[in-house]
Design a binder for this molecule. Structure first.
Ligand SMILES: C[S@@+](CC[C@H](N)C(=O)[O-])C[C@H]1O[C@@H](n2cnc3c(N)ncnc32)[C@H](O)[C@@H]1O
Length: 212
């Protein structure tokens, strides 16, 4: 009985590994935005409580009341909401995504919870509808490697970032698009950003960059 359980577990893990490798190969050649149902799947209690806690991610942003924050690809908004709380009373989080239904769902969610300082918008990371030097913090969680031209997107983040602002990128390993820290630092360097701080470990990390 014990051996049967072990064999089933091994077969299950091998299948997970095969699916991960196949997805990684497909996404290497064919990038497309993750469907909304998948963003709901990855924003689960295990991730939020144990792996990539919204409170921890927000603490690493050095937030203060009144700031303007831009989140790219907010998913269900678990990270967006905690950031919005920390910048009250006058701070605002602009949560942007290219997918209409992500923005629609987030709008419904914040209306239900009566949160007034999150502004969900359809916008594109390559061509943001924000003024130069206007944003204090930019956050992208499990999002940048999904964008086919990450350096082009980072250059656009740099454009809208204030001179003393922070761009924070966070990734986690089971993501089929997961890049190593070295690769993400290289993208940032190529976009003219300066590395500031890093947190976490190989599996889940967060990198902070600035303009100077
Ligand atoms: C994997 S989801 C991130 C979910 C969420 N941040 C989380 O960690 O739970 C990545 C999101 O980035 C969005 N995205 C992809 N390319 C984009 C672009 N060029 N501009 C804006 N958003 C983009 C996708 O539509 C998708 O909703």
């Amino acid at each position: 009985m014990y051996y049967l359980g072990l064999i089933i577990l091994i077969i299950f893990l091998v299948w997970i590994f095969i699916i991960f490798v196949v997805l990684r190969i497909i996404r290497k050649f064919y990038k497309f935005p993750i469907p909304a149902f998948f963003t709901r799947l990855i924003d689960n209690p295990i991730r939020r409580k144990l792996i990539q806690k919204p409170k921890t991610v927000a603490e690493r942003l050095d937030l203060s009341p009144g700031m303007k924050v831009l989140e790219i690809g907010p998913g269900k908004g678990s990270y967006t909401k905690i950031i919005a709380k920390k910048i009250l009373p006058e701070g605002v989080v602009y949560a942007i995504d290219i997918q209409d239904y992500i923005i629609k769902n987030l709008k419904e969610e914040i209306e239900k919870e009566k949160i007034s300082n999150i502004i969900p918008l359809i916008d594109n990371a390559y061509n943001l509808s924000f003024e130069e030097n206007s944003i204090d913090r930019i956050l992208a969680i499990a999002c940048l490697p999904e964008i086919p031209e990450p350096v082009k997107a980072l250059k656009e983040f740099r454009r809208v970032l204030k001179d003393d602002g922070i761009i924070s990128l966070s990734e986690l390993f089971p993501d089929p698009d997961y890049p190593t820290r070295k690769k993400e630092k290289k993208w940032a360097k190529d976009a003219g950003l300066k590395f500031k701080e890093e947190f976490g470990n190989w599996f889940v990390y967060q990198l902070n960059f600035g303009k100077k």
